[in-house]
Design a protein around this ligand. Structure first.
Ligand code: ZN
Length: 417
């Protein structure tokens, strides 16, 4: 009786395990970063690029190769072709899409690099595993009209990631159609978030935020979401060596209009990857590399089945994605403006475009000793000269000088641009 019970348990546990399951080990980051150096698409070197620029760089690479294939998944609102790349003929189906927000291009750059690698290194053991065990479909730029203007929304002024339910945009209908026809087991929803977001309440920037989206307002787990959490744990393990201490868990409030949440409810185990901010990376090239390493690692872990041994707690225990910090703190100057006696005040500046440092406005003036910022200028002992009195929410233009006199030496300048 006892013996047969044990045999039954063994049989059950054998059934519960997928075949080919291998223990998940963190990626060999060094090897993958060397792969990235070799297969990075060099023509895409900055975060702002158009549909034409992307596909004139990536299209020929994919079209010349025997592995990946490219076709048109549909047309954008303004008629631009939305290209899909397919790779592999294995039993497990994976769908990846990036840049549904037109100004969120980091993962598009990484996907270009991934497909260049798969196109040009078909005999690499990783590429072979993916080809044999997975069928991959990817849309590297779902919102080409938004990318043309480097704006979030599509040409109809609709946020495609709030259109998963209404399906008013052709871009959302294309993605929904792919989900219905392809029935992916796994999905990767690839975005960029505010570069100012922090790790919890710390001063550290959130380089990568991860989410296994909920499929219902109760945010409970089912098998689909649990698989997504395991894949998110794999992504964390892969990214950690490159952005240690800068990975967060994105807000998991259910949104019935968002694609990640609905994909999960439609049965596709979906992971959201949000590339955020990284110091001295204005073109997001470091985070492009992190995405390349993370995506290849996750795809390989899905192909081998290794993801099943990844611990969901490794995702669940990530610190929360924190509130954004301001862009620039000028700490401790004497403020010299027309009509007022000089006064000591910290000055916080916020940019309309934080990475390009364009559109500077005054965000706060006063005692900001406890405030965090992405950059700080130590200005104690210096004099902040502005042509007009400082005003919150007004353009920020000033010069830091050595003295109170407007003719004294300038050491730093903030132009209104
Ligand atoms: Zn986004």
């Amino acid at each position: 009786m006892r013996a047969s019970g044990i045999i039954l348990l063994l049989a059950l546990s054998a059934c519960a395990r997928p075949p080919r399951a291998e223990t998940f080990r963190p990626a060999d980051t060094g090897e993958l970063t060397r792969l990235h150096d070799r297969y990075r698409v060099p023509a895409i070197a900055r975060r702002e690029f158009t549909h034409v620029e992307l596909w004139s760089a990536l299209g020929p690479v994919v079209d010349a190769a025997g592995g990946p294939e490219r076709d048109e998944a549909g047309r954008s609102a303004e008629g631009r072709p939305i290209y899909r790349i397919r790779y592999g003929s294995g039993p497990t189906r994976v769908l990846l899409w990036s840049q549904m927000h037109g100004n969120e291009s980091t993962a598009t750059m990484a996907l270009a690099d991934v497909f260049r690698f798969l196109a040009e290194a078909p005999d690499d053991p990783r590429a072979r595993r993916l080809a044999e065990r997975l069928t991959i479909e990817a849309v590297p730029m779902l919102n080409p009209d938004g990318a043309e203007r480097f704006q979030r929304r599509n040409a109809m002024a609709i946020d495609i990631n709030r259109d998963a339910r209404a399906l008013s945009t052709p871009e959302a209908r294309i993605l929904r159609g792919m989900q219905q026809r392809f029935r992916p087991d796994f999905g990767f929803n690839l975005h960029d978030q505010d570069v100012r977001a922090r790790v919890g309440s710390s001063d550290r920037l959130a380089a990568i935020a991860l989410l296994a989206p909920p499929f219902s307002p109760g945010r409970e787990d089912n098998a689909v979401r649990l698989r997504a959490k395991r894949v998110a744990a794999v992504v964390r393990g892969a990214a950690e060596p490159l952005v240690a201490g800068h990975i967060t868990r994105y807000d998991d409030t259910y949104n019935p209009r968002a694609f990640g949440d609905l994909m999960q409810s439609w049965g596709t185990s979906t992971v959201l990857i949000e590339s955020g901010g990284w110091r001295d990376d204005p073109e997001k090239q470091h985070l492009r590399r992190v995405n390349f390493v993370a995506l290849l690692t996750a795809l390989d872990a899905i192909a081998t089945g290794a993801y099943v041994s990844a611990d969901p707690a490794s995702y669940e225990t990530l610190p929360e994605n924190g509130r954004p910090v301001n862009d620039l703190l000028v700490r401790g100057p004497m403020v010299v403006v027309p009509g007022l006696e000089p006064y000591r005040a910290d000055v916080m500046v916020q940019f309309a475009d934080a990475l390009a440092k364009r559109g500077a406005r005054v965000a706060e003036v006063g005692d900001l000793a406890d405030a965090a910022a992405r950059d700080t200028v130590e200005a104690a002992g210096l004099f902040l000269h502005a042509p007009q009195p400082l005003a919150v929410d007004r353009p920020a233009a000033f010069v830091l000088r050595r003295g109170r006199d407007t003719a004294s030496a300038a050491v730093w300048r903030m132009d209104a641009n």
